[in-house]
Design a protein around this ligand. Structure first.
Ligand SMILES: Cc1ncc(COP(=O)(O)O)c(C=O)c1O
Length: 400
């Protein structure tokens, strides 16, 4: 069978991530890896989930947990999320919430919702690789998202038209971004909304790490700023993607979208066609665990991850040679390192793994155009103090 003759054009942009291939090699105990950006499994509220799941499966309740359900999501979880969104400055109703299988599914659906092949998406440069993967199936063109850009909206529109489509969306992770760890300040969020309004486009706010702030003052979500400007969630252009992956547990695949109800209604139709609904048992358990302990649990995560971030920043200050700079994230899981121009971090990784037994993610993968080869991403979420000290010391020696 010659599959090439039957594959859809969109598959041309689907490729195995170099990083994933590389990460497979890192499962050896003597390698200190700062590559994976995953939560520390020791911090999962496993007992709370065991209890919640067993209660949900006991007696007549099991019928609900195991049955088909509505595409919008489990109503008590949507109600908890509407209350939760209000606590972060986003007053909304359950009609403004749809449950998704992680925020990754939300990104996939938003690509389908907004992008026709040839359309233009503005994205961070670098940006979350999984967002590019999700949007790529819709064959968009990417341009850098810069809230402070002075390019006239008419020029951007004309370029997008010449490229065969229209500017449709700006996608960003404004808090402790993956991969840079950087946060867009309140003024930047206003500028971004100004530009989005001038262009008439949607803003996708990926809030995967928003709850994990370790210091500094919280910046209101873009959706909150949008509501304050426009008078209510039904007038907004911002689509907020939330996730329980970094706060409770990623394996349950529970995330949500919060937006104006016409957006939610269309996402529900897309979800109906794609997978009918997210797993009922996982939603029921998530609602119970979130209601019982979300704030306390997240406060504990902040203490542990915040201390690891401090440890990594201190080790970098001690160990990195001249000419190397890095971000100082106020939250999240990542530090972004910039090496001198001309350094290739993908080649460096090969040597780092072979000679120093330490690993990171080369930064080039996060740029839609493959630039940024002199950058790399370090994650501090899963390493203890001793491994952070030793791993950064090894990296420093190699770089020197
Ligand atoms: C910025 C960002 N957005 C979205 C996701 C997807 O997370 P999930 O689908 O588990 O909610 C991730 C996962 O690492 C991420 O880093």
């Amino acid at each position: 069978m010659d599959w090439q003759t039957v594959l859809a054009r969109r598959t041309g942009r689907m490729k195995a991530s170099e990083i994933r291939e590389l990460l497979k090699l890192l499962d050896q105990p003597d390698i200190i890896s700062f590559a994976g950006g995953i939560p520390d499994p020791a911090l999962f509220p496993a007992e709370a989930f065991a209890t919640a799941m067993s209660e949900a499966m006991t007696g007549p309740r099991a019928a609900q947990a195991l049955q088909y359900s509505v595409s919008e999501g489990y109503a008590p979880l949507r109600a908890w999320l509407a209350d939760h969104m209000a606590t972060i400055g986003v007053p909304c109703g359950t009609e403004n919430i749809v449950i998704t299988s992680g925020s990754q599914q939300a990104l996939d659906y938003l690509g389908k919702l907004l992008l026709t092949p040839g359309d233009t998406a503005m994205v961070g440069w670098p940006t979350y690789l999984g967002a590019l993967g999700a949007f790529n199936a819709c064959e968009p063109r990417y341009i850098p998202l810069d809230p402070w850009s002075n390019t006239a909206p008419e020029d951007l529109r004309a370029e997008a038209e010449a490229a065969g489509g229209a500017v449709k969306m700006a996608y960003l992770s404004p808090d402790f971004a993956n991969p840079t760890g950087e946060t867009l300040d309140a003024e930047g969020r206003v500028r971004l909304l100004d530009r989005a309004e001038a262009l008439g486009i949607a803003v996708i706010e990926d809030a995967a790490y928003q709850a994990l702030r370790y210091d500094g003052d919280p910046v209101p979500p873009i959706l909150a700023t949008d509501i304050a400007r426009s008078g209510g969630i039904e007038n907004t252009r911002t689509i907020y993607c939330g996730s329980f992956s970094k706060t409770l547990a990623p394996g349950l695949r529970v995330g949500w979208v919060c937006a104006a109800s016409p957006v939610i209604e269309r996402l529900v139709l897309i979800k109906q066609a794609a997978d009918l609904h997210s797993p009922t048992l996982n939603q029921i358990a998530t609602e119970r665990v979130a209601r019982a302990m979300f704030d306390d649990h997240v406060a504990g995560l902040r203490r542990v991850y915040g201390a690891r971030r401090d440890r990594m920043l201190a080790a970098l200050s001690r160990e990195m040679p001249e000419g190397i700079t890095w971000t100082r994230p106020e939250g999240g899981m990542f530090v972004w390192v910039t090496l001198p121009e001309g350094t290739d971090s993908a080649q460096l990784l090969e040597r780092a793994v072979r000679e120093a037994r330490v690993a990171f993610v080369p930064g080039g993968a996060f740029f839609p155009d493959g630039s940024g080869r002199n950058t790399l991403r370090l994650s501090f979420s899963c390493a203890d103090d001793a491994r952070i000290d030793e791993g950064i010391a090894r990296l420093g020696r190699l770089l020197r």
